[in-house]
Design a protein around this ligand. Structure first.
Ligand SMILES: [Zn+2]
Ligand SMILES: [Zn+2]
Length: 355
């Protein structure tokens, strides 16, 4: 895009960090506000981005479906869906969504005003994920990037390697169940889809708290194969089987129904040994829906934006990197952002009442 920006229209003059979140002044809307506002544009359904109680919400169809599932009537007043590639004008600001490759429905928000284009990435990753549309590079003047794993030590291994570890554990201990802790939105479905991609076609057993979002993914066309409720199953039926549950269930009473489970946990944080121990994970699986250091720096280079605003984690190293390649890096102090899954952590891990 060719934009010549008048000095009077610096990007921070129309997209501002406020106590409620990122605020687009000419459009009078917030992106991922952490407190209820009049008009919210939501990047994706994780709890640190999508919150209930906004008067009007603009999001992708899948994100709105996720919000309805999670918040019911509190999902928001007027829910307005917009597909990837459609475009809206709000108070003279062009608003469109592009895939972020993070979870189903996740979007980068592209804002255009007076010849300046700002892209708010939300959370994103660059690796292929069978459960959502791949990240698209959008050239822009300002790129607002997350930095959950924004340190050079964070380099996620190929997902296939981690799935292979899971399958090897199952083969090694045919009398035990393999219990995989995975966040209910995104991670659980990705683990399931990756197992299917690896050729695993046995039924997968799931905790009741995962059922609703698995159903939703299927309704949006994501293939998950046969899923069975783990709760009603006899203990011996689960020997040699893979069971998925929210992370909280790894250490709670629920897991006692499984035969001598090997506990695995799927998260980018499994790179950090202390976190794996804290989770009680015998088998840490480094599987992240966030960009690692190489993906972050690749993206900063590819979008070509002269300004890089960094949020959501380890800002400093990425700001430093941006500056080192001649971009203007800036740490955005957005409050209320969680780390991977921190977003889901407050979510109940109890099962819905069984009928
Ligand atoms: Zn997220
Ligand atoms: Zn997030």
């Amino acid at each position: 895009m060719t934009s010549v920006r008048p000095q009077s229209q610096l990007p921070e003059s129309w997209l501002k960090v406020t106590s409620r979140g990122l605020y687009c002044e000419p459009g009078d809307f917030y992106v991922d506000p952490h407190r209820p506002v009049g008009r919210a544009v939501i990047t994706h359904g994780h709890g640190d981005h999508a919150r209930p109680g906004n008067r009007a919400v603009l999001a992708t169809p899948a994100t709105l479906a996720i919000m309805r599932k999670r918040f019911g009537k509190d999902a928001g007043g007027a829910l307005d869906e917009m597909a990837y590639c459609a475009r809206r004008e709000i108070g003279g600001v062009g608003v469109s969504f592009r895939p972020a490759g993070h979870v189903l429905g996740s979007a980068q928000v592209v804002l255009e005003w007076q010849g300046c284009r700002i892209v708010v990435s939300g959370d994103y990753k660059r690796r292929p994920d069978p459960t959502c549309a791949p990240f698209e590079v959008v050239p822009c003047d300002v790129f607002i990037t997350e930095a959950t794993f924004g340190l050079p030590v964070f380099r996620h291994p190929p997902a296939e390697e981690e799935i292979a570890k899971l399958l090897a554990a199952r083969q090694q201990f045919p009398e035990r169940a393999v219990l995989v802790g995975a966040y209910a939105l995104g991670k659980a479905q990705r683990v399931i889809a990756l197992l299917r991609q690896a050729g695993y076609d046995r039924p997968l057993w799931i905790h009741g708290a995962l059922q609703g979002l698995c159903d939703l993914y299927r309704a949006f066309g994501v293939e998950l194969g046969e899923l069975r409720p783990a709760t009603g199953a006899a203990k011996k039926e689960l020997a040699g089987e893979i069971v998925l549950a929210p992370p909280g269930a790894l250490t709670d009473r629920w897991s006692r129904r499984l035969p001598d489970p090997i506990t695995a946990m799927a998260s980018g944080w499994m790179r950090v040994r202390a976190r794996a121990r804290q989770r009680g994970a015998e088998l840490p699986l480094i599987l992240s829906d966030h960009a690692d250091w190489d993906e972050l720096t690749q993206t900063v280079r590819e979008v070509g934006a002269p300004e890089i605003w960094v949020t959501h984690g380890n800002e400093e190293a990425l700001v430093h990197y941006a500056n080192s390649i001649g971009r203007r890096g800036r740490a955005l102090a957005l409050i209320g952002r969680g780390d991977e899954g921190g977003e889901d952590e407050q979510e109940a891990t109890t099962e819905p009442a069984e009928a």
